[in-house]
Design a protein around this ligand. Structure first.
Ligand SMILES: NC(=O)c1ccc[n+]([C@@H]2O[C@H](COP(=O)([O-])OP(=O)(O)OC[C@H]3O[C@@H](n4cnc5c(N)ncnc54)[C@H](OP(=O)(O)O)[C@@H]3O)[C@@H](O)[C@H]2O)c1
Length: 300
């Protein structure tokens, strides 16, 4: 057996995947999420998974959503781009078209349920189905709870966008997936849902809520060919984290690396994609919550 840290990691990941209990993706480990240069196998696998299929990505105007949409389109998917900014979405669609891909712009404020319902109708009328839904649009808040004393919206806003919007959109698209016995819902969750770090109570709770909802629904559609994948994304260098100066000194994935993680999830159809570090913390916390509290207290 290979006893180097990489070898042991690989063995743990293989064993976890084999048992299906904790399907940790080997590609999700921070240092290993780097796309291999000339990764023709990866692109070919993605082509087999999404070529000619309809992939709807929310939050496609920026960051992880934008990079993922471009990568899905490069693999031959018909990509539906959703966000509020029509101008930015059109830029992304133009880039995709210039590279020979196919993309459709659907601007929508996902905090408005009527707009979500209208989006579902338009997309199903035009494309007939959505094969892969990527619930990526989201917002984050990093604030101590005592500083939110007069700001209850610090808890309402993340729930509205990160949880209720994703549930509403999924509810709209799920019946067609079940009818066709085919589909995948990829939730761009966060390792915060596992680590539950101090100062992220509103954000982490909203991500954990979506994961829990999805896991419950998975039990109902287990035999219908529909898979829910919770991607517990680590830190990614995007406009979302730009306001936090501290993060400039902390290692983070690039958007392209994050897009690789998302696209790998479409290929593997794993139920969960968890950075190993979050998996280990979760394991130790199950043995000693007090240890988890110390990690949380010192987390960034
Ligand atoms: N960056 C990280 O370190 C990190 C780590 C873990 C998880 N994540 C998760 O990854 C996802 C993407 O984050 P990101 O870092 O790529 O952020 P980002 O660059 O700030 O992009 C956020 C996207 O969400 C869209 N959006 C925001 N509010 C919306 C609304 N009301 N209706 C429709 N679209 C809306 C934005 O487009 P418009 O403004 O045009 O609407 C934008 O396209 C989020 O769910 C985030 O929680 C990020």
């Amino acid at each position: 057996m290979d006893l180097t840290p990489q070898g042991v990691t690989r063995a743990v990941v293989r064993r976890a995947n084999a048992f299906g209990a904790t399907p940790i993706s080997s590609r999700s480990v921070l240092s290993r999420a780097v796309p291999r240069p000339g990764d023709h196998d990866g692109l070919a696998a993605l082509r087999r998974a999404v070529g000619g299929k309809v992939v709807l990505v929310t939050g496609a105007s920026s960051g992880i959503g934008r990079a993922s949409a471009v990568r899905f389109a490069a693999a031959g998917a018909r990509v539906v781009l959703v966000a509020r900014s029509e101008e930015l979405l059109t830029e992304v669609a133009d880039d995709i078209a210039a590279a020979g891909g196919e993309a459709y712009v659907q601007s929508c404020d996902l905090t408005d349920f009527d707009q979500i319902d209208a989006l579902v109708t338009k997309v199903l009328d035009r494309h007939g189905q959505v094969d892969v839904l990527v619930n990526n649009a989201g917002m984050s808040i990093r604030r101590k709870v005592q500083h939110s004393a007069d700001r209850f919206h610090d808890f309402e806003r993340p729930m509205h966008l990160n949880y209720f919007a994703a549930v509403r959109l999924t509810m709209g698209l799920l019946p067609r997936m079940v009818e066709r016995e085919h589909g995948q819902v990829i939730n761009i969750s966060s390792w915060a849902a596992v680590l539950r770090p101090a100062r992220f109570s509103g954000y982490a709770a909203s991500k954990a809520a979506l994961e829990t909802w999805s896991d419950c629904v998975q039990g109902e559609v287990l035999d219908d060919g529909v898979v829910f994948t919770n991607v517990r994304m680590p830190l990614v260098r995007t406009p979302m984290i730009a306001p936090t100066k501290l993060y400039r000194r902390v290692p983070a994935l690039t958007v392209d690396q994050a897009a690789t993680v998302v696209c790998d999830a479409a290929v593997s159809r794993s139920r969960r994609v968890t950075p190993l570090v979050a998996g280990w913390v979760s394991f130790w916390e199950s043995i000693s919550p007090a240890l988890g509290d110390q990690i949380r207290k010192n987390a960034i």
